[in-house]
Design a binder for this molecule. Structure first.
Ligand SMILES: Nc1ncnc2c1ncn2[C@@H]1O[C@H](COP(=O)(O)OP(=O)(O)OP(=O)(O)O)[C@@H](O)[C@H]1O
Ligand SMILES: [Mg+2]
Length: 293
């Protein structure tokens, strides 16, 4: 039975933050980002992990950083090149740890959507727009958009991110930087979508985060994770059909199983059978293998 890593403790390094999935530690001018095997569904973190999920997320980020033609924050995933407490936890950290340059993160989430899904579809039905961007009438759920659109949001410290109009984003980051963020995000999405499409996978939408190297006027650097199933909506091209919601490439098995349970979608979550966890794990390995092919 494969083991899941749900928690890590890298003391005496200073712990900066815990996300739903990741643990972040500080090491001088660098950060250590550890992706655990934690998994959430319906906004609730499950008590059990999906074995190897954090490894898949890390390997995919590393793959995309190497593939995308843009400066990024990743220094190495080699534990032996990281500060000493890391190698004391080799078994837990192997394959799921990124050593990155600590950057000033641009306080905007750069989302690009190529298809009409999720909150975008909800808004379109009400107003014919997505995050304020007008779209042609007559589109149906999961339709491919005539062109990808850029729909930035705030980066909320707590609670949900709020959509930003392009003008609101300009007010936060400045005119020039806003344009650069939009152009770069669109280019990165296009490159990712093309690569995925050739492997039978649709990249419906994704979120990028950027940092600045060398202060306010510095170079834009791609940070955080890149084009992982956690930051992106991936669909299987084979089963894709507009006019309905699409199965999520990675989490559908979990969602479907949870729907069979008597559970009100608030903590505590039900206990997931190992067999289901193993199935989900295989699904993650599958998407990784297909994308990295
Ligand atoms: N190179 C970097 N320098 C500084 N901060 C970074 C860098 N790369 C990523 N970050 C930040 O680290 C944090 C990663 O957190 P993480 O994604 O694990 O949790 P979260 O965003 O708070 O919540 P969620 O689990 O919903 O994603 C983000 O705030 C991100 O902006
Ligand atoms: Mg995040």
């Amino acid at each position: 039975m494969a083991k899941s890593v749900l928690r890590v403790d890298l003391s005496p390094l200073s712990h900066r933050a815990s996300g739903k999935v990741r643990e972040i530690y500080e090491a001088g001018d660098e950060l250590i980002l550890v992706s655990t095997d934690r998994v959430s569904a319906f906004d609730v973190i499950m008590n059990q992990g999906v074995p190897g999920r954090g490894v898949v997320l890390t390997k995919l980020s590393e793959f995309w950083f190497g593939k995308l033609d843009f400066p990024h924050h990743l220094i190495t995933t080699d534990l032996d090149k990281m500060p000493s407490p890391v190698t004391d936890h080799r078994d837990d950290l192997q394959g799921r740890t990124m050593f990155v340059r600590a950057l000033d993160i641009v306080p905007v989430e750069c989302i690009v959507r190529g298809y009409l899904a999720g909150s975008g579809w909800k808004e379109y039905q009400k107003s014919g727009t997505v995050c304020g961007v007008s779209l042609p009438p007559g589109l149906t759920e999961s339709d491919r958009l005539p062109e990808p659109i850029f729909t930035p949001t705030t980066k909320a410290e707590e609670g949900h991110d709020e959509p930003l109009t392009y003008e609101e984003m300009e007010a936060i980051v400045g005119k020039e930087r806003a344009q650069e963020l939009r152009d770069v995000s669109m280019q990165l999405y296009a490159a990712g979508a093309e690569h995925a499409r050739a492997r039978g996978i649709i990249l419906a939408d994704t979120k990028f985060e950027f940092g600045l190297e060398g202060g306010k006027d510095g170079q834009l650097v791609l940070a955080d994770e890149a084009l992982t199933p956690d930051s992106s909506r991936y669909w299987d091209a084979e089963t894709y059909a507009p006019g309905r919601s699409q199965d999520s490439f990675d989490k559908q098995i979990l969602r479907n199983w949870l729907e069979t349970q008597v559970w009100d979608k608030t903590p505590p979550p039900p206990t997931i059978p190992q067999e289901i966890l193993d199935k989900i794990a295989a699904r993650y390995r599958d998407i990784m293998a297909r994308l990295m092919d």
